[in-house]
Design a protein around this ligand. Structure first.
Ligand code: IPE
Ligand code: IPE
Ligand code: MG
Ligand code: MG
Length: 298
């Protein structure tokens, strides 16, 4: 990826960081621990890929990115909730995330469960604020809410997480593996792009292109995640690598091997880029997101 792309990425990430801080819920009375745990995990410096994709998609269809900022923040809330719950002992049982102790290790399991519950709920609270109607037609806002809810729910990420657990220590078909990846990771990444396109008031053809793009890079993103779990540097990634628990998971490297996984990643990114054709020059930094996903070291 080019230096110009990395500069753009940093600019978008900055917008997201500021957005996340400014929309964070105010403290209430008596209890503080769950809210502290939410902030601990949310404001811990993730890559912010999903919100960045949302803003870039809005830009690509010619919308002003401020219209997509609340949705971008909601996506990062949902993603952070999914990480907190994914790390729990009942799921992946991980001790490190984003370079620090996982939420349940830093606080306790009950607090981590509630912090996840709250982040997921606050995401939809954020999205359904009346003030958003000043910038966004209600029809579009409802579509965005529906898109995000479906991606996170039982036809999306939750199904993927269930399938991921069901496939542990089992022989898995390539079809089932693709289902796992498309749901646990691909669904929210795809929704990020679609929501950005909707909020920018893109055409049906543009939204279709963004959806296709998201499906391809979403799969590539999880393949790279699994490659990094094998050969990445734990210190850079901020989470554990090469563990027995990770080896027990159904992944592309496990099923087809490392090099074929890398080749598949590149093929998916090439397909993704073809889906951006209708945008021409307007695709902007989206054109390099695929290359970034494959070359990232965290
Ligand atoms: C990690 O997501 C979990 C997956 C769905 C692969 P990210 O790699 O986007 O994690 P952060 O947000 O940068 O910490
Ligand atoms: C995470 O997938 C997917 C969700 C959180 C929905 P993984 O379990 O493969 O990701 P890491 O390796 O813990 O980041
Ligand atoms: Mg998992
Ligand atoms: Mg995990």
């Amino acid at each position: 990826v080019s230096a110009a792309f990395l500069k753009e990425l940093t600019r978008y990430q900055g917008l997201v960081e500021r957005g996340l801080k400014s929309c964070f819920p105010a403290p209430g009375a008596y209890v503080q621990r769950v809210r502290k745990a939410m902030a601990y995990s949310l404001l811990a410096g993730g890559k912010r890929i999903r919100p960045v994709l949302c803003l870039m998609a809005c830009q690509a269809v010619g919308g002003p990115i401020r219209k997509a900022l609340p949705a971008a923040c909601a996506l990062e809330y949902i993603h952070t909730y999914s990480l907190i719950h994914d790390d729990l002992p009942a799921l992946d049982n991980d001790a490190l995330r984003r370079g620090r102790l996982t939420c349940h290790k830093k606080f306790d399991e009950a607090t981590a469960i509630l912090a996840g519950d709250a982040l997921l709920t606050e995401a939809f609270s954020l999205l359904s604020r009346k003030t958003l109607l000043k910038n966004v037609p209600p029809r579009i806002l409802v579509e965005v809410i529906q898109e995000m809810a479906r991606a996170a729910g039982i036809q999306g990420m939750v199904a993927g997480q269930e399938a991921d657990l069901a496939a542990e220590k089992k022989k898995t078909s390539l079809d089932f593996l693709r289902f796992i990846h498309q749901h646990k990771t691909g669904a929210l990444i795809t929704a990020s792009l679609v929501c950005g396109g909707l909020l920018g008031e893109g055409t049906a053809a543009e939204i279709k292109g963004l959806r296709k793009f998201g499906e391809k890079i979403g799969l590539a993103f999880q393949i790279k995640d699994d490659i990094l779990n094998i050969e990445g540097k734990a210190r850079i990634m901020g989470k554990k690598t090469g563990t027995d628990a990770q080896r027990a998971k159904a992944t592309y490297p496990q099923l087809i091997g490392l090099e074929p996984s890398r080749i598949l990643g590149r093929e998916l990114v090439a397909q993704a880029e073809r889906a951006l054709k209708i945008f021409g020059e307007k695709a902007g930094p989206l054109n390099q997101i695929g290359a970034y996903i494959l070359s990232r070291d965290k």
